[in-house]
Design a protein around this ligand. Structure first.
Ligand SMILES: [Zn+2]
Ligand SMILES: [Zn+2]
Length: 150
């Protein structure tokens, strides 16, 4: 383990998970962690990451908003794959998984809006009201942080 610890809590969890997996046991804690990661940690991460993109006026993200609003089209995002590859390279698999989950939901919302109508409505509202609805794959973080609109 000579990785630079950037996300200390996640690294600790990572090490813990490796311990469990190396034991080759069916570990209840591992399953609980996976579930809580996908349904609790990841949506919170999405909310934080997205609001930061707006605070720093991120060019790539602004371009996504511009394309949707002005040109009425959306390019399939490529940047998540860049971050997924970096995450895999540094063994932060859960962070890679988080970006993949975000990408799947966001792509479905824009390309196949009828598949997940509630989340589509949630995200499309973000495209018209930029200060609301930052989470893409869930609505509860926005309700929790007071950025929810419907
Ligand atoms: Zn979008
Ligand atoms: Zn946005």
């Amino acid at each position: 383990m000579n990785n630079t610890i950037i996300f200390s809590e996640l690294s600790v969890l990572n090490v813990m998970m490796k311990k469990y997996y190396n034991d080759n046991d069916i570990c209840v804690y591992a399953s609980l962690f996976n579930i809580s990661f996908l349904f609790i940690v990841e949506p919170l991460g999405e909310w934080c990451f997205h609001i930061i993109l707006h605070i720093i006026n991120n060019k790539i993200h602004n371009n996504h908003h511009y394309q949707y609003l002005i040109e009425n089209r959306v390019n399939i995002e490529r940047w998540p794959f860049f971050l997924i590859l970096i995450s895999i390279y540094y063994n932060y698999y859960y962070i890679g998984l988080a970006f993949l989950k975000y990408w799947v939901f966001h792509t479905i919302i824009h390309l196949y809006p009828t598949w997940i109508p509630t989340l589509t409505k949630h995200h499309i509202l973000h495209h018209t009201k930029k200060t609301f609805n930052f989470c893409v794959s869930a609505t509860w973080p926005d309700k929790l942080f007071g950025t929810y609109t419907n």
